[in-house]
Structures are given as C-alpha cells and as structure tokens.
Design a protein around this ligand. Structure first.
Ligand code: SUG
Length: 418
C-alpha cells in the first residue's frame, strides 16, 4: 500500500458561476443573491489554488464542470430553456459541481473489505440545483477511476436520505496508505435550516463501501452550528491523518464525539478552537475550518485557509498563537477563492480527497503545469467575464457557456464528456 497518496481533485469553476441565491441555509449564498458574478476570475482563482497546491504538495487532480444548461432537468420539469420560473433556469445553469467535496464519499482501499477504493456519488437531494449533479458526476468518476482492479463507483443512495458526500465525512489514520477510521457526521432534521446529511445515508455508504463497523464513527452535527450557517460539517471541522481541527461547537455532543473518535482511534490529536477565541459566527464567516489540512513531507501539516481568515483580527490572532505553539499544524497558507466563497464554498469545498496510487487514475484528470497553462488559456479566452443573474437564460449567454466548456474539454482531451 506504499504507493497510496492523497490526491486532491478540485472542481474547475464552470463558465456559469453565478449568484442566484439557490442554497437555503447557506448564508453566503443568500447574502450575495442577485450580485454580479465573475466566472473567469472565479475559475482563475480556483486554478491558482490548484497550481499552488501542485507546487507545494506534488499532486493535484481536477474534475471538469458538468454540462450546463441541463436541458434534461428542464425536460423532466416540463420546461425548456429559459424556464418561466427564474429559479428553475438558474438551477439548470448552476455551476455548483465546482464544490467537489460534495461530489462523493470516498473510502480508500485500506479501509474496505475488498481492498478497493470505493466512491458513492452524493445524491444532494436537498436542493434541486445540486440534486441534478450526481449522474454526470458519476460519469466523470467512472472515467477517472475506471480501473476495476482498484476502484468501485456506486450509484447514489436513494433520494429519501440526503447525502452530501465528503463534506460530512472525515478519515483518521496513521498514514494515508494505512487502514483508517471513517467518521460520518449527520444532521437531525426539523430545525430552521435543512439538515442536508441524513444519518441513514451515511450508514448506507459505510455498508456499501464494506467498511469495518469497528472503524466507523457516526456523529451528530451540532444543531446550533447548522442554524448558524454550517450547512456542512466541513464548515466547522476538518481532519487529516491523526489530527482533527474543529470548532468547539461543531458537534451536538462535544465530549461524546471526541470519546467515540478516540475509542476507534486512540492516537487522535484534537486541535480545537474555543468559541471564546473565535465565535461560531466568525468561524463561519471566515471559513477557518473549510481549510485543506495537508501533510507536509517535512512532517507536520499545513492548513490552506481562505484569505478571509487573514482579514479577521480574531481568527488571525488565533492562527498565529497556534503556530507559535507546538501543535501538529505548522504552516498556514491563505488562498484567494473569493468568488467561490461568496457562494459558501471555501478551499475545502472545492476539493475531493482521494487516497490512491496515481498510476491507477486516468491521467487526463491529473494536473501538470503544462495542463494548467492550457486550462488557463481556455478559461481566459472563453469564460464569461461577468454574469448578472437577470441574464441567466439569455440565448447568447447560453451559447457562450456551452462553447466555453467545449473548448476546455478539447484542451484536456475529454470530449467524451461533452
Ligand atoms: O451546496 N453553494 C453550495 C456550497 C457548497 C459548499 N460545499 C461544502 N461545504 N463542502 C451549497 O450550498 C450556492 C448556489 C447558488 O446560490 O446559486 C451553492 O450551491
């Protein structure tokens, strides 16, 4: 298992990136509803993050934007493009597949009973604009991880049970290539905002992936956190190897949650931010926890955080204090993903972690500097400079975004996803 490494697959931000405010319970999405978006800038910000991580950590993968507009979705609703209802038009044009932390739940080979890496695409049923994603996401997973000796790609779990994928899933392990403990965080329905991850979806994924029940922990997300706008667990917690980095208010039963994790994984190190140091609202506004926690070759870990963290005196002070101490997180790297942030998607939302041997992945989905250059040219030349949500459905814009995606697929030799 020594060839197994963690690869982050970022979603390329699609040419339809816009602020239609479709996501109930996602405070950033609601706050920016109606604003003009900048798809080219958004995609270049995402690409710059990928380039930085490639240079720093050596491996980087990506998924391409899904086909938009999704005319099949409109057809199922008895509509055509543009739909009479502006929200349906916006849904059919959504670029939300950029947040690949919601693409699937991934269980690496050392954790599963058949020794293969398992993927379950997330059904994302809570919201229409996201529920349409999974069949096209699966097509991409089927292509990228086609090798049947090493990968299994399941269908999504049935729609009654909302599943939001890796955004509500964490993994603890000594090393990425060793057997780990998988932590599933679910929400309880019935409060002001939807609890998007259903416990039964998490349990189904664990069974489908053939996980050892002793190496699975199911934890309830704090209703207080959901109500404050943490619509996914990855807005308040992130784990890597033996470390969990979490806000004090992340889990419904804080001590019970850590006890359960420790019972399954005794070496756990908890880096917890108290509410008194960074109040929950500020943690959610800055997305401190929506960070990529990445192992460094030199030992220790780096935290790739949104630039917004540096702008908050309290958050930055906490970060500096942490670095001055002796904890496992040795470096903090701010990145600018503001266009995605305005829709509630930070650095961690933009990536799906897959532990595997890169030699088994379709190389078309792995980034190199040369490929990043080609992507950048396609984005610069073809992504719309800006989109006013009132223009969604405009035929000229629709043509432009279809052609933009086609150009990207061409330079990546991925036309079969057309
Ligand atoms: O599902 N935003 C996404 C953000 C997803 C963030 N992902 C993670 N936390 N892993 C969502 O709420 C906004 C779309 C709009 O308003 O048009 C949106 O879908």
């Amino acid at each position: 298992m020594n060839d197994l490494v963690e690869i982050n697959f970022d979603g390329v931000v699609g040419p339809t990136h816009n602020y239609a405010g479709l996501s109930v319970g996602n405070i950033a999405s609601a706050r920016h509803q109606g604003n003009i978006s900048y798809p080219r800038q958004a995609a270049l910000q995402g690409l710059a993050k990928m380039r930085g991580n490639l240079a720093r950590f050596g491996k980087q993968g990506f998924f391409v934007p899904l086909p938009r507009p999704n005319r099949d979705l409109l057809k199922l609703l008895g509509e055509t493009m543009p739909a009479q209802d502006a929200a349906l038009t916006a849904a059919a044009l959504s670029a939300s597949s950029m947040w690949t932390a919601n693409a699937a739940t991934v269980s690496p080979a050392p954790d599963t009973s058949d020794g293969k890496c398992h993927f379950t695409p997330a059904n994302l049923v809570t919201m229409l604009h996201r529920a349409q994603e999974w069949p096209d996401t699966k097509r991409q997973l089927d292509l990228a991880f086609a090798d049947p000796d090493h990968f299994v790609v399941h269908d999504a779990v049935p729609p009654s049970y909302g599943d939001e994928g890796a955004a509500n899933h964490m993994r603890l392990c000594e090393q990425h290539g060793a057997a780990g403990v998988e932590i599933f965080v679910y929400g309880r329905p019935g409060a002001k905002f939807p609890a998007r991850q259903h416990e039964q979806a998490s349990r189904a994924v664990a069974r489908l992936h053939g996980l050892d029940p002793e190496a699975c922990v199911f934890i309830e997300q704090s209703p207080v956190a959901i109500e404050a706008g943490a619509f996914h667990n990855d807005v308040v917690a992130v784990a890597n190897q033996d470390v969990i980095f979490a806000h004090e208010c992340a889990f419904a039963d804080r001590q019970g949650a850590y006890n359960a994790m420790r019972a399954a994984f005794p070496a756990l190190q908890v880096v917890e931010v108290p509410d008194s140091a960074v109040p929950l609202d500020e943690a959610i506004a800055t997305y401190l926890f929506n960070a990529q926690l990445i192992s460094l070759d030199t030992g220790g870990m780096a935290l790739v955080v949104p630039e917004e963290c540096r702008q908050s005196a309290r958050v930055w002070q906490w970060c500096e204090q942490m670095l001055a101490g002796n904890g496992p997180i040795r470096e903090i790297i701010p990145v600018d993903v503001k266009q995605s942030m305005a829709n509630g998607g930070g650095p961690a939302c933009l990536r799906l972690r897959v532990v595997c041997d890169p030699a088994h992945v379709d190389p078309r989905f792995l980034l190199s500097e040369a490929k990043a250059d080609r992507m950048e040219q396609a984005i610069t030349a073809h992504w719309p400079d800006q989109i006013d949500p009132d223009d969604l459905g405009n035929p000229a814009l629709t043509e432009a975004i279809i052609s933009a995606r086609r150009h990207l697929l061409q330079v990546l030799d991925l036309e079969e996803l057309g």
